[in-house]
Design a protein. Structure first.
Length: 240
């Protein structure tokens, strides 16, 4: 289409197009996406060029451009935050266990040294551990023990992570005045035999020491110390 404009900068809108455009020049907002014609009759389109809109040859998003488009100021690259430490090694193996299984069938003494219930002393045994149902009254909730068991199974690095394969054991039992909820007195004891010993064997030792303490045959502190050190030798260490 021929243009009737006399100068290249007239930007005159005619219907749905503009006439007398300046090739490569900035175009007004009202012309965005529309076509226009230069004084020579060449067809142009107002297209986006970076952050600006310019008249460029129709059908081309680049075309000739007498003036380089100013580049937007690049945004500063944020400093990357350090990635959290992985729970596995680069080879995909589980991270090193926090507690050692080398002491089985005993717990790792660094993780589970055993702690006492301050309410249970030699002077209070008649109203505490020697009173029927004391251990049941002081026992933690099943939900507490279940959650702790899952966490400690991982801390001990057991290959078998099924909770049903372990029982959350009080190293110093509640019957002998052990702390009910302290993580230093609880650990995931395997339900299977380890080195010929099982959880049932430890339970039998606990009952024997409890009877001896309540009968006055063994002082409470001696029984607690013996079973916390090694339940396999606790009966002998207690003097029974």
């Amino acid at each position: 289409m021929a243009s009737s404009a006399s100068v290249a900068s007239c930007y005159r809108q005619v219907g749905d197009h503009w006439e007398c455009v300046t090739p490569g020049a900035f175009c007004p907002a009202a012309a965005h996406g529309l076509y226009g014609y230069s004084e020579s009759g060449a067809k142009y389109q107002c297209v986006q060029d970076g952050s600006y809109w310019r008249w460029k040859p129709a059908g081309s998003s680049s075309g000739s451009n007498p003036e380089p488009s100013p580049k937007p100021t690049p945004k500063a690259t944020p400093t990357p935050k350090p990635s959290p430490k992985p729970t596995t090694t680069p080879g995909g193996k589980p991270a090193k266990a926090k507690c050692s299984r080398a002491y089985l069938p005993l717990p790792d003494p660094r993780c589970t040294p055993g702690t006492r219930n301050p309410a249970v002393t030699q002077a209070t045994i008649r109203t505490t551990i020697c009173s029927p149902g004391f251990d049941a009254k002081t026992a933690p909730t099943a939900s507490y023990l279940s959650a702790l068991k899952v966490r400690q199974i991982a801390e001990y690095g057991y290959p078998d992570r099924r909770p049903a394969r372990y029982q959350e054991d009080h190293l110093i039992p509640l019957l002998l005045g052990g702390s009910p909820k302290s993580v230093k007195n609880l650990w995931p004891e395997p339900a299977w035999k380890v080195k010929g010993r099982s959880a049932a064997d430890k339970n039998a030792v606990e009952r024997r020491l409890w009877k001896a303490v309540c009968a006055g045959d063994v002082p409470l502190a001696r029984a607690q110390k013996a079973i916390a050190k090694d339940w396999r030798t606790a009966v002998r260490q207690a003097g029974l």
